[in-house]
Ligand binder design. Structure first.
Ligand SMILES: C[S@@+](CC[C@H](N)C(=O)[O-])C[C@H]1O[C@@H](n2cnc3c(N)ncnc32)[C@H](O)[C@@H]1O
Length: 373
């Protein structure tokens, strides 16, 4: 059975062979062992459920997870899981998938000598990778969850990595270390906090997963202009958990979906996959239809798409049956969420079905504006 360092080399070789490991980051990926940063209890997905895996119960399986090209779930429900193996638990911290980490580091366009602020320390692995290439004195990382931060700080110390690791709300950036040449958020935002723009040097880059209630991720690269504004566009496809202060309400089938019998019944020939499975479409729909959470419930045959507005209590469902050309829709509440989604899909089609990369954002002190180029 391969040991940790062999697995680390194998993972780097796998990413390299797939063209996912930029040359300038190769050394860091071969020098910073991911397993040092992964806690002894992680969570694995089993259908709709999350179940814990403890290193002492199965050290081989645990090490396999550390060196698979996959994200590792390291915290659920803010560290207070409602119960092992329950449906509906929320992933609240993870070590991102190594190829996504490599993609984001490449897209950050950071060079030795530059100062970087990371939002979302998580396990600390990404901060340690950056420290390996840029020097620890050039890396500041902020984590909001004290337990997660404490564990990351221990891991960073054990790897002798002396980055500035801060416990606090990353939405505020970290003023004492500013200005930064680069800001990298490893957590998603609906609204880009203006502190990140203010704390970035003119011409500096802010890389941030951008999400909506409906759609969970596009990578946005913004340039700070030094006048309190930043602009940029979508440069990639990533999925991240939301910034804690922007999480909004959680949608729950158990809590939010009621009175199924009273729901308005209609039918649609818009295939649900064309809306939720088509990346460009679902990004655009999410920009248009606000406060609409998407939950996909899988069945033995087919799946149900649930659209839930947990603020107003409106919901819609659409049952997908393989091979069908027409789908039953149920809607309840003052919003007709499926109708809104279908209208947004028509709007996107009318715009000529723009690809994700044509969307951009301008961030100012008083808010942000979405644009299409
Ligand atoms: C996907 S994980 C980050 C992965 C991390 N970079 C790594 O290398 O393991 C996202 C992290 O962002 C943290 N987070 C969420 N909201 C935050 C906030 N407002 N400020 C700082 N960190 C936050 C979460 O607690 C979580 O640990």
């Amino acid at each position: 059975m391969a040991g940790a360092s062999e697995r680390m080399m194998e993972l780097a070789a796998e990413l390299d062979a797939a063209g996912d490991l930029p040359a300038e980051w190769g050394e860091a990926f071969r020098a910073v062992p991911r397993h040092l940063f992964i806690p002894p209890t992680v969570w694995i997905e089993d259908g709709d459920r999350l179940v814990p895996l403890h290193r002492e119960d199965d050290p081989e399986a645990w090490l396999d997870l550390c060196y698979a090209n996959d994200s590792v779930i390291t915290q659920v429900d803010d560290g207070e899981p409602v119960g092992p193996g329950l449906v509906g638990a929320e992933i609240t911290s993870s070590s991102s998938r190594p190829d996504v980490v490599a993609l984001m580091l490449a897209t950050l366009e950071v060079e030795p000598g530059m100062d970087v602020l990371e939002i979302g320390t998580g396990t600390g692995w990404n901060a340690a990778l950056m420290a390996e290439r840029l020097g620890a004195a050039h890396v500041t990382t902020v984590e909001v969850d004290p337990q997660v931060a404490e564990r990351a700080h221990r891991a960073l110390r054990s790897a002798d990595c002396k980055v500035a690791a801060i416990v606090g709300d990353g939405a505020l950036g970290y003023e004492p270390g500013a200005p930064y040449d680069r800001v990298i958020a490893t957590v998603g935002v609906q609204r880009v906090p203006h502190a990140w723009v203010e704390q970035t040097r003119p011409g500096g880059r802010i890389l941030v997963p951008w999400l909506t209630d409906f759609h969970n991720g596009a990578l946005l690269a913004l340039t700070a202009h030094g006048d309190g504004t930043a602009t940029g566009r979508v440069v990639g496809n990533v999925a991240f958990m939301p910034l804690r202060v922007q999480r909004g309400r959680r949608a729950s089938l158990v809590r939010d979906v009621r009175d199924v019998g009273r729901a308005r019944r209609t039918a649609t020939d818009l295939h649900p996959y064309d809306v939720i499975g088509e990346y460009d479409a679902s990004l655009a729909v999410g920009l248009k239809v606000r406060r609409c959470k998407l939950v996909v419930e899988s069945h033995e045959v087919g799946y149900t798409v649930w659209l839930i507005d947990p603020w107003s209590g409106s919901w819609a469902s659409l049952r997908h049956v393989p091979g069908a050309e027409c789908f039953e829709v149920r809607q309840l509440g003052f919003r007709s969420l499926w109708d809104e989604v279908e209208a947004a899909h028509r709007w996107w089609t009318g715009l000529g079905r723009p690809e994700a990369g044509r969307w951009g954002l301008t961030v100012r002190a008083d808010g942000q504006e979405v644009w299409l180029s």
